[in-house]
Design a binder for this molecule. Sequence first.
Ligand code: ZN
Length: 687
Amino acid sequence: MKKQIIGLVVTLIIIVTACNSGGEMRTKTDSNTKTETQDNFQYFVEKFADLKIMRYQVPGFDELSLEQKKLVYYLNEAALCGRDILFDQNYSKNLRIRKTLEKIYMNYTGDRETDNFKNFEIYLKRVWFSNGIHHHYSTDKFFPDFPVEYFKELVDNSPEASFPVEEGSDLTQFTHEMQSLLFDPNIAPKRISLNSNEDMIKNSACNFYENVTQKEAEAFYAKMIDTTIPQPISYGLNSKLVKVDGKVQEEVYKVGGLYGPALAKIVYWLDKAAGVAENENQQKAIHKLIEFYQTGDLKTFDEFNILWVEDLESRVDFVNGFTETYGDPMGMKATWESIVNFKDLEATKRTQIISENAQWFEDHSPVDDRFKKKEVKGVTAKVITVTQLGGDCYPSTPIGINLPNADWIRKEHGSKSVTIENITYAYDMAALGNGFLEEFCYSPEEIELSKKYGFLSGNLHTDLHECLGHGSGILLEGTSSEALKNYSSALEEARADLFALYYLMDQKMIDLGIMPNLDVAKTEYNGYIRNGLMTQLARIDLGKNIEQAHMRNRQLISKWCYEKGQADNVIERVEKDGKTFYIINDYNKLRDLFGALLAEVQRIKSEGDYEAGKALVETYGVQIDPEIHKEVKARYEKLNLAPYGGFINPVFKPVYENDQIVDIEVTYTEGYAEQMLRYSKDYSFLD
Ligand code: ZN
């Protein structure tokens, strides 16, 4: 599971990090020294449509040994080789479309200074960003801002381009086909449709099912899934479900199978990585992952996950594989992703304290004792520095990850939870002084708190969400982990967020020395409610509902607490200068509400109470108040900010002496389009 950036944009001036002993606070940097300590690094790169492109730095890379640097480099390469897989998983036509647009971009001989061409360029940049023609977040198809006839002009004036024209077709037919794919609102309008009243598979453009209805898919897996097995595999995770000659069957992702050429390249680099692994456990894990890619056997995948989760010694670590199921309306098929990283030793002391006390948190949580873990196993948490983002983590990236996802592995072997601090830091730095807080905070005190504690409170929320929240609780015997179906993602995120919110306001956090005072918690509560009831709506088109799981979860929590606390005026809606604000009048009562909702959401998950889960999400998480929506959009637009962000990767290059790698160099100068075109040239292994 992964966690995305909570606020749209966070502003900070003072960054405070906690030391492990005695709760002494250390100011890392402040408004006066910031530029000096950050050597004028340009975090913000460019903005187009609703997107902001940024860079992140990799501090501490030079401290790694040469072998560790090589390991990072090989894993980085493996991270880039699966990019095409994701494009194809998102929509079967994405790769052809991307290749066509890139050919035009590189070969067009007409005027490149016209508005039409500039809009073509923006469209291509959006396709790169979303890994396809559907918005990465809303999953709606987006459209070019140039006339459909102009597309023909682009094709006709790109004489040197070798377009992917299919056999038996010609350039005219090809142009027509592309025009329909790009411009027709009735073709593949949505990547993921979560409307459970209709056939979700048929209404979703994602490429996990072909010629199969939702009923057929459900029947296929109902037959396969056995809830009495204590260690079930992740059914259907790494395959496409197809119907051939009337028979429903899986096409498995593996070397020699579906996505074979890309997976073979990944295996090539993983093999090199295994050669410089830090220790035997890590080497075994990498070899097991290779075996999984070669066989596609999900039992091998579980074995890999166990080896991976038990490797705690290594400083360098990675995610590489078919991991998260957010992209499948049925919540079964995983998109390919990769993240390479190494441990931030200093900041990890903070998360270590949290994970060492995991049992205390579990025992004292407000959920029913029947749903608690009697023995919390191996929750390990660390703060990491990312070196490369790939697949479904690029360019839009999570800020926290907790894996593996299989419930039984988490229960028996624990899970690894990470907070990605060089990414959250870059987000904050790129947002400096953008006017967001001034617009949406009610009082100067609220702004002050956010500036003072925003970075720490956000990171602590991520620590608790990933390290404790997702790892907490158990399913009652006989409850299937698939019981909550299309509502499972939103409810799971709600559970993790509630766990974090509940404990942020706990004296224990101060006693453990990871938080200086409860103002940090107040900061997070302010930001969470502000975002859940208002600011996140800036991301959604007027007239639309909330679909994305994390956003549903945040509104669900905020709205539920607003409503349930109304008698006590816990959260108050106020108007000032014609603008709406939500202020928290009673932080302790709000905490009690978080606790009460946590207890209910945990019950729903533990018992697999689909109807109650559905009611909760549909009542509080989906519908938007149209008046507030309009107001937020208008206020947000005035600030001229991009509601979504993503990152350019640094470039890692080996330095050779006599055919031996003697160092790995990192540079940060590559541009966005430049990087995307290079990836398409060097890491494109699928048609
Ligand atoms: Zn999460």
